[in-house]
Design a protein around this ligand. Sequence first.
Ligand code: SAM
Length: 208
Amino acid sequence: MVVLRKDLGYRVVVLRLGHRRERDKRISTHVGLVARAFGAAGIIYSGEEDKSLIESLARVVARWGGDGFEVSYTREWRGVIKEWREKGGCAVHLTMYGLPVDSVIDLVRRYKDILVIVGSEKVPREVYDIVDHNISIGTQPHSEVAALAIFLDRLFQGKELDINFTDAKIAIVPTPRGKRIINLENISEEKTYHHSHDRRFITDSLYR
Ligand code: SAM
């Protein structure tokens, strides 16, 4: 089964607070990778500005696809949250101090546009007050990467694991051993015709 992001039914944007250029380079990149891979439409970074972080995610999108996945930076995270809610979207903050995800996910699922906020070291108190829901993924401290992945999985109910991007240059064909990658740019006209003019179905057919 192949799923496109629009099939997931929600527009999710991740807001990553408090990025620190040196300390968080790797983990902030991973937050972005998880956002893209598991169905979010984009990520907004706040904290220290970091062009190399944005460029490295742009390289992943260029090669593996993203169907418009947007990566941006803002100094004004308050404005992002405020505007999101004013436009009728839901803002959730992932924190170990919040309510258990399974007790609030149905309320979140009533919305179409969901802003998911994750922190780094210390999240300003104000964030807890201005969001619609503070949500915990278990009550132990762990990681924004894990918290985001599990939240998206609860929201999309596992469908995000079949996500596929129509603008990908390459795609993986799952195999029991080894590595199989197809170059989607080299698929011949004949094959395209055979599989209904849509790369989504070409990739789909390779899974069977
Ligand atoms: N004191 C932080 C907190 O409130 O969760 C832990 C800091 S942790 C290094 C960085 C980020 O990971 C947090 O801002 C939060 O977004 C996320 N996080 C960590 N543990 C979490 C949990 N159990 N539930 C939800 N989010 C969590």
